[in-house]
Design a protein around this ligand. Sequence first.
Ligand SMILES: Nc1ncnc2c1ncn2[C@@H]1O[C@H](COP(=O)(O)OP(=O)(O)O)[C@@H](O)[C@H]1O
Ligand SMILES: N[C@@H](CCOP(=O)(O)O)C(=O)O
Length: 318
Amino acid sequence: MSVFTPVPESALAHWLKDYAIGRLVELKGISAGVQNSNFFVTTTLGRYVLTLFEGMSRAELPYYLHLMAHLARHGLPVPGPIANLHNEYLGTLQERPAALVVRLSGASEMAPGVEHCARVGAMLAGLHLAGQSYGRRQPNPRGPEWRLATAQAVRDFLPTDERTLLDAEIAFQSAQALANLPAGAIHADLFRDNVLWDTDADGSVHIGGVIDFYFAGHDALLFDVAVTVNDWCSLPDGGLDGTRCTALLAAYHAERPFTAAERAAWPGQLRAAALRFWLSRAADFHLPRAGEMVLVKDPNEYRDILRLRIADTPPLPL
Ligand SMILES: Nc1ncnc2c1ncn2[C@@H]1O[C@H](COP(=O)(O)OP(=O)(O)O)[C@@H](O)[C@H]1O
Ligand SMILES: N[C@@H](CCOP(=O)(O)O)C(=O)O
């Protein structure tokens, strides 16, 4: 468990009187996740996930909740938020901003094969296409400004070779011209643990849910593809698995073809995506916020992925 605000059943039962989803049957804390306090909630009418937002400003939350509603309305397996009797998605519980979303079925697959990667590629293209008509805009919270500030904050904790790597990569990324890349609403954290796989009656699997939109924002669509490829298509040593990579990218390309500018930017965006997670994990590791993070992911994994993408990044295989 990471951040965790306890929710007594009596407080939730009272809070649910403001919703049209029946009465509380069961409340269960969820131990996965590194950002917010999450709970499975069962009522007499259905199954939901309750999130208490920790350390996120109330003002930025409508962007995420309305994006989820928008994507769900477009037929994507994204948890739709539940409006309360005042027609609002965002409420307050235990003095935290809080929201209920539909609980989707399935479980994450941490050892994906070629077919999983192809489905994720097609799904990501669907998210990007549907996101084009989303009316709200909020910058990627882990975009260039955050990157510079975080690099500055962590660099003194790093050994000399890592500091050199970081400085060089920051300079490289700052010099990239990205204005001509197609942009829109991106998930920005489509890791394997944020996709739930559901099994059909015949034993085949499909994507039951895409969750955790709380890093979403407006940015280059290709950055989202790079984040996804780095997580779904890496070998244990961090190198890219060409077969899974081609499957994911070909399935994406079939729904939203890559542009010439994206082909040119691909190697740099794979590096930008690796740098983003090296930095966030390094910040969580070296600068933990008191009482907030228990689950800290290994920064070295993404440092090594960055090194490998600098040394060898195959072009878009299409
Ligand atoms: N809508 C949902 N449907 C089903 N399970 C969910 C849903 N939202 C979250 N979960 C479960 O809760 C866990 C943590 O959620 P996540 O959004 O990743 O947390 P955090 O934002 O704290 O990282 C997930 O791994 C998943 O098991
Ligand atoms: N995917 C990120 C951490 C974000 O965690 P999540 O549980 O919110 O997906 C990483 O691996 O560093």
